[in-house]
Design a protein around this ligand. Structure first.
Ligand code: FAD
Length: 620
């Protein structure tokens, strides 16, 4: 049957990409349908119940700044919060939360069910309805045809998913859920490049069988970080600790002795897994001289005894899993509640997408999330938001939007994927962003919320809260610019211990830039400082890093101004300092005519374009 109501946008898949896509499309004012296998698994975390971490929390905060759900759900579900890299510079600081997977899911479902313009339907999508080269709708397993102007596909690890435990394997989208085989077959018929990737998950443990006295305890941070700009600590449920265990030589011997029963080492699986989240058998093989690996023992929630042993993802047979777990100190009597497994699945080469995440070959069809070769909830959610927004913009006759590399990590990720593709599951790192100092997690709202508001993604409450914070930061910066400290004054005397006597009058904003002084020292000199810790932090960061930030901004401006600059036909790339051999080769082969063309070659980074510009300047 054809469903009687027509939708503007249909999103397939209620994982992290799909939920953000559906919310973004609906927030943009489009009648949206979220079609997913099972309404009970909306927002389900297939693997580790944790959100954020280095590079990833930058994405979460950007999603949040654009009105998305992930950060707020983390504040509702987070049972341990930490700031990673807290002693390093603000560019690489990151927030990480261990989440109660049930509370997280409930929060996502609550937001979806209460989102105006959004309907949910629980059934498998078996086919796309494509007319000519344009997507028109979706056919479900039960024979319902949903018609729409735009379709966003967010099917994660489910397309042609095969689950491996030891030498056993069976079809599945993730443990306990069916694979999407009919849809996978249909997509394989399209002129899109498709390949296989794999990922894995560890066995889960029953906390009542673990001896915590033998493990190191890792409590959350005080003061406790908050994930969302709209979040606060009162939202957080009870907080708990994580723990640390260690593998040992016996664990490694058990794994080595059973490698021939590992689907990865016996040749059953030949697709590539996530380099930065390797299985324990990978670690033992690749780092053969390492005598021990850390295993983070993380609670899965407040109302369950299940634990997630982060660091021993495995697809070894179950008997080996049990033996290796029980070889670890503190886990000698551990009961496994679910075996670990690996999963292989289809992904589509993201080079067949536009920056908007629309496919190049089927109009009005967008792909987001793990289907594009990425790994991680945060990467998926960020793509989902972008794809859902752009599907909605198409329906409304508006130009596609995506952030530039110097505007957001979302821009870095999409640009990397679209220009370079990926041979292994792609995850975000701060090192992927050349303008790290501008793209901090602490200023994601200052970078993106106004843009989100213009595009209809940011509601009134978030906008008001943002305006208050932004105005408070600007007012405080202006105040510090105006107040001056005179040599010999009481304020100067208070500072003398830290920076010696003042030789001349100084503005508070200049004093704040001195490495010996922090915002609290400056705020204590006179009344009127704002109390909001986020405002105080932002004023301090912007003052301390002003020089670097200005330099990066100038570099970006310069590159933009010089995009039309011509590259001489006789340019010798081997003589340009700082270029990697790979980039040299690519430039040599493509022989671009302008800097803009050079920058569009997959793999030629903005930093490399900057080096070309410097070289041209020297030549002149
Ligand atoms: P998913 O979260 O997979 O969601 C897909 C959704 O689409 C599901 O709701 C599904 O039911 C629905 N769906 C699929 N096909 C259809 C259809 N035809 N019709 C209707 N609905 C459909 N990430 C890491 O960062 N680190 C890890 O170590 C890690 N390990 C993992 C281990 C395993 C075993 C798995 C399965 C995943 C792992 N991940 C890991 C990946 C992480 O779970 C994904 O990156 C993330 O969930 C991707 O989000 P997504 O929205 O793209 O897809």
């Amino acid at each position: 049957m054809i469903y009687p109501d027509r939708f503007d946008v249909i999103v397939i898949g209620g994982g992290h990409a799909g939920t953000e896509a559906a919310l973004a499309a609906a927030r943009s004012g489009c009648r949206t349908l979220l079609l997913t296998h099972n309404i009970e698994t909306l927002g389900q975390m297939s693997c580790n119940p944790a959100i954020g971490g280095i590079g990833k929390s930058h994405l979460v905060k950007e999603i949040d700044a654009l009105g998305g759900a992930m950060a707020l759900a983390t504040d509702h579900g987070g049972i341990q919060f930490r700031t990673l890299n807290s002693r390093k510079g603000p560019a690489v600081r990151a927030t990480r939360a261990q989440a109660d997977r049930v509370r997280y899911k409930a929060s996502i479902r609550h937001m979806l069910e209460n989102q105006p313009n959004l309907s949910i339907f629980s059934q498998a999508a078996d086919d796309l309805i494509v007319e000519g080269d344009t997507a028109r709708g979706v056919l479900t397993r039960g024979g319902v045809r949903f018609m729409a102007d735009a379709v966003v596909l967010c099917t994660g690890t489910f397309l042609g998913g095969v689950i491996h435990i030891g030498m056993e394997h069976h079809s599945g989208g993730r443990c306990g859920d069916p694979a999407a085989n009919a849809l996978a077959e249909r997509l394989r018929e399209q002129p899109l490049r498709v390949a296989r990737l794999k990922t894995g998950t560890p066995p889960r443990l029953d906390a009542r069988t673990v001896d915590f006295s033998k493990l190191g305890e890792q409590p959350g941070d005080t003061p406790r970080p908050v994930m969302s700009w709209m979040g606060h600590r009162d939202m957080h449920p009870e907080q708990v600790s994580c723990f640390i265990a260690h593998t040992n030589e016996r664990t490694h011997d058990i794994i080595r002795a059973n490698l021939d029963r590992s689907p990865m080492y016996s040749g059953v699986i030949d697709s590539t897994g996530p380099r930065y989240c390797p299985s324990i058998e990978d670690k033992i093989h690749r780092f053969a001289d390492k005598q021990s690996h850390q295993v983070f023992i993380e609670p899965e929630g407040l109302d369950t005894h299940e634990l997630y042993p982060n660091g021993i993802s495995t697809s070894l047979p179950f008997d080996t899993q049990l033996e290796l777990v029980r070889s670890i100190e503190g886990l000698e009597n551990a009961h496994i509640t679910r075996p670990g497994y690996a999963i292989e699945y289809d992904f589509f080469d993201p080079r067949d997408l536009k920056h908007s995440l629309e496919t190049k070959v089927i109009h009005n069809l967008w792909f987001a999330g793990q289907i594009n070769g990425t790994t991680g909830y945060e990467e998926a959610a960020a793509q989902g938001l972008l794809a859902g927004l752009n599907a909605a913009r198409r329906v409304k006759g508006l130009e596609a939007w995506w952030p530039r590399r110097d505007e957001a990590y979302i821009g870095v990720m999409v640009d990397d994927l679209i220009r370079m593709g990926t041979q292994e599951p792609y995850r975000m790192f701060t090192s992927r962003a050349e303008y790290r100092l501008l793209l901090r997690e602490d200023n994601a709202d200052l970078r993106l919320t106004a843009l989100g508001r213009d595009m209809g993604l940011v509601d009134d409450d978030r906008w008001r809260a943002f305006e208050i914070r932004r105005d408070a930061i600007e007012a405080e910066q202006a105040r510090l610019d105006q107040i001056r400290v005179q040599p010999g004054s009481a304020a100067a005397a208070r500072l003398a211990e830290r920076i010696g006597p003042l030789s001349r009058e100084q503005r508070l904003s200049d004093l704040l830039r001195r490495p010996e002084l922090g915002y609290d020292d400056i705020a204590a000199l006179c009344e009127g400082a704002p109390q909001d810790p986020l405002v105080r932090e932002q004023v301090q960061i912007q003052a301390k890093y002003r020089g670097y930030i200005d330099r990066q901004s100038e570099e970006i401006e310069k590159l933009r101004r010089h995009e039309a600059t011509r590259l001489p036909a006789d340019i010798d790339y081997s003589r340009i300092d700082g270029l990697s051999n790979e980039i040299r080769q690519k430039l040599e082969t493509a022989r671009p005519e302008t800097l803009a063309e050079a920058g569009r070659i997959p793999g030629v980074t903005p930093a490399a374009v900057s080096m070309l510009l410097i070289h041209l300047k020297k030549r002149d």
